[in-house]
Write a protein that binds this ligand. Structure first.
Ligand code: GCU
Length: 426
């Protein structure tokens, strides 16, 4: 009898823990969005009205960048670390002669620590070099983006995916080519672009370990073993890594380093936007279904919210960002300002109709509210005021589509990105 009572109590305890551990149900009702006011992208904190290109670049842009660093993605440490490039292999007739394939190691070191990024680069053989390029991080390793059998399977941490038989954070043979549809490598090459990628786990494994692995410890000062509350999280690290790959691409004679588009899906879409904001060498930026912390406005509090993202992914942003859990109105920025940091460079924001967690409307509204900056900088900005119909892409300087279907990076998405890139990078 006693034993039964104990079991019942334990079950009750476990059950109540489970209930309390559940995230609050996300809101998907437009009618329940609290009234909010977006910070004015063209007025400085001190009340200066930003009405010239000069005031934008000298006053407001640096201010907004700083606000994002301090409150959202974290500051990037300012130390110079050693970086070197090593060509690991070159294959002149990859993909039946369509491309030249290079595998390059980027070796980063500081104090006594070293980190190596493995970059996979295809350049089209039929084009006059140097060519413009797309650069994006991948989720499961370079072997996942192509069916070629001689790309080593990453030995670094990967997320667990039942579908690809990954249960212990180690990728196996089953992951070879499992994401080819997301990369459309042949199509990209046939359109005259190079494509470069690297596994995001090379830069920082995507789990919360108090920043003991990945790139962060390379920057720890003597005696430091954790981050300050305003220092970079994982998104900041991935974005920084993209810039190091661009450092390499600038040295590759087959690639035109002044025409590199940075692209990312989902958490890596957030990363692509932040990379484009931080590093003005990126000529074009593409955000695919980036959602909360990416293109979607925080203040709408629909789908994923600040609190939810910080609870599920406590390592993505800086510690200070947690101060805004359920306090979106206190944020000195919102994501239209992230888009504006990319201006006047072309930026493409893509959503998927069924991706409600990422708040497609909030992604559209960021684009719309970044338009005044793009116009101040003498571009055509964003061509519409109302959300376009599903599958009607838009190719103004701020490009946009909402396609039918789910959260993913599809062939349809790539078709639009290629068209957009042709317009602005060729
Ligand atoms: C989760 C997360 C999103 C993120 C997505 C992804 O759904 O809540 O913010 O964009 O993962 O990266 O796949």
């Amino acid at each position: 009898m006693k034993k039964r009572y104990l079991t019942f109590n334990i079950l009750l305890l476990v059950y109540s823990q489970l209930i309390f551990a559940q995230p609050k149900n996300p809101n998907y009702d437009e009618g329940k969005i609290p009234t909010y006011t977006l910070p004015n992208v063209l007025e400085s904190e001190g009340g200066i009205i930003v009405n010239s290109v000069d005031k934008w670049f000298n006053i407001r842009r640096p201010e907004i960048l700083k606000l994002f660093k301090q409150n959202v993605y974290g500051e990037i440490p300012q130390q110079d670390i050693k970086i070197s490039f090593k060509l690991q292999s070159i294959k002149n007739d990859a993909l039946n002669g369509l491309a030249t394939r290079k595998q390059v190691k980027i070796i980063l070191s500081n104090h006594d620590k070293t980190l190596t990024l493995s970059v996979l680069l295809y350049t089209p053989n039929s084009c006059q070099k140097p060519v413009p390029a797309f650069l994006g991080l991948n989720f499961i390793g370079n072997q996942s983006v192509t069916n070629e059998l001689d790309i080593p399977i990453t030995t670094n941490w990967v997320g667990n995916y039942k579908k690809y038989h990954i249960s212990d954070h180690k990728a196996g043979e089953q992951t070879r080519g499992c994401k080819t549809y997301r990369w459309q490598i042949e199509k990209i090459l046939k359109n005259g672009y190079a494509i470069a990628t690297c596994h995001y786990g090379d830069i920082d494994p995507d789990f919360d370990d108090g920043f003991q692995n990945g790139i962060h410890p390379l920057f720890y000062k003597e005696g430091q073993n954790k981050l300050q509350s305003d220092e970079w999280g994982s998104i900041g690290a991935w974005a920084w890594g993209l810039s190091r790959i661009l450092d390499y691409l600038e040295t590759d004679k087959d690639v035109d380093g002044s025409r590199v588009a940075v692209i990312g899906h989902s958490r890596l879409g957030k990363t692509a936007l932040w990379a484009g904001a931080l590093d003005q060498r990126f000529a074009l930026v593409i955000s695919n279904d980036s959602g909360c912390g990416g293109a979607a406005l925080f203040r709408r509090r629909i789908g994923e919210t600040v609190e939810m993202i910080n609870r599920s992914f406590p390592h993505w942003f800086c510690e200070n960002f947690k101060n805004f859990n359920n306090k979106e109105d206190k944020l000195p920025v919102d994501q239209h300002m992230l888009i504006s940091l990319i201006a006047p460079r072309p930026v493409y924001i893509a959503s998927a109709e069924e991706d409600r967690w990422a708040d497609p409307k909030g992604e559209f509204l960021s684009a719309l509210n970044a338009d005044p900056v793009y116009r101040l900088l003498k571009t055509d900005g964003f061509a519409v005021r109302e959300m376009p119909a599903v599958n009607y892409p838009l190719f103004s300087r701020i490009g946009y589509h909402i396609r039918s279907g789910k959260h993913d990076l599809s062939e349809y998405d790539w078709q639009q990105y290629l068209f957009f890139a042709d317009k602005f990078m060729k």
